[in-house]
Ligand binder design. Structure first.
Ligand code: FO1
Length: 321
């Protein structure tokens, strides 16, 4: 049942880069109107704990708890447990903070007791006071594998342990064929609840592709009446954050916002209505528009909270126009 014009917004996000725009959106929209679907391809098991790095980055950011320097983990964190583990000879390449550990312990316990990840995430969001509805992309395990010369690495081993150094040849998402997109989100899509869909400036290969690759999701987004806007994570030939530019170069793709737009056009034809680039990339307009998307230039480098809110406002104005 629809009680008036759709006003909710669905954002798709990976970790740090996406969380910045989600925070901006959360400062404009009522908490009940912002829905964030989050990549869980980066999830892994470590010391017997279920770690969901992108969900936690979102929850900590949206509840004002995130470490402002690194964007992930908690502000004012200590690492006594990690240091004790190091003394025991354990591997400490993944820096688990003392207070962050509480999140992983609690999540792992709830999952072991039979709660799906979506329920555990909704509980965490409510308990932490995150100003949005936050959903894992699916409840089933999907694990991003990074293909490198001579083999493949689970995502966190590539990203954190190897510091993204190995040359990338491709990606796969173990378990994706058996996954079902978050039921709450597909239900809202079916009900026509969204006024707009925003793909945050997250890595297209390892943050957004695992979500859009879940059977049925990208076509449901395409077929909804809500316009879809993508914010480019590549600005002036460099990544806003993380290894996206390095990956594109290694895959032989042009390291530009146009390269990102082509990726979406090729893999998800008809999905994107608006492609938002930084003002410094405005000359790409003819090439991007030839892909069948409207190009919009905005200030996409989000250093301050005001930058995040300004970009969010610009993106939301697209649906109102
Ligand atoms: N990223 C790092 O670069 N180094 C770390 O030691 C690290 C620890 C960590 C602990 C908990 C958590 O929720 C996230 C953590 N991250 C760390 C971030 C995370 O692995 C990546 O940012 C994402 O997976 C990529 O989106």
């Amino acid at each position: 049942m629809n009680s008036g014009p759709a006003r909710a917004v669905l954002a798709l996000s990976g970790g740090v880069g996406g969380a910045k725009l989600a925070l901006g959106l959360s400062r404009i929209l009522a908490p009940g109107d912002l829905h964030v679907l989050v990549n869980t391809g980066d999830d892994f098991e470590h010391f017997g704990l279920h770690i969901s790095p992108d969900i936690d980055t979102l929850l900590y950011t949206l509840s004002g708890r995130a470490d402002p320097e690194q964007g992930w983990g908690l502000a004012h964190e200590t690492f006594h447990v990690l240091e004790a583990l190091r003394q025991l000879g354990a591997q400490t390449w993944f820096r688990l903070g003392d207070r962050d550990l509480a999140t992983h312990l609690w999540r792992t316990q709830q999952l072991a007791a039979g709660s799906p990840l979506s329920t555990v995430t909704a509980d965490l969001a409510a308990r932490l006071g995150a100003a949005a509805q936050v959903y894992p992309m699916c409840d089933e395990p999907v694990r991003t594998m990074v293909h490198v010369a001579g083999g493949s690495l689970p995502f966190q081993q590539y990203f954190v342990r190897e510091q993204c150094a190995p040359q990338v040849t491709g990606f796969s998402f173990e378990g994706i064929e058996a996954a079902t997109p978050a039921a709450a989100v597909t239900g809202l899509l079916d009900a026509g609840a969204f006024a707009q869909i925003v793909i945050c400036p997250s890595n297209p290969f390892v943050s957004i592709d695992p979500m859009l690759g879940i059977p049925g999701l990208w076509t449901a987004l395409r077929d909804s009446a809500a316009p879809v806007a993508v914010v480019s994570p590549i600005v002036a030939g460099a990544a806003l954050k993380g290894p996206a530019a390095k990956m594109m170069a290694e895959l032989g793709l042009p390291v530009t916002a146009l390269g990102v737009a082509r990726h979406y056009a090729e893999h998800y034809p008809g999905l994107v209505d608006y492609f938002v680039v930084d003002q410094s990339d405005v000359t790409l307009a003819p090439d991007i528009e030839s892909l069948g998307m409207a190009m919009v230039a905005a200030a996409t480098v989000m250093q301050t909270l005001d930058d995040r809110i300004d970009l969010a406002r610009r993106v939301l104005a697209l649906a109102e126009a």
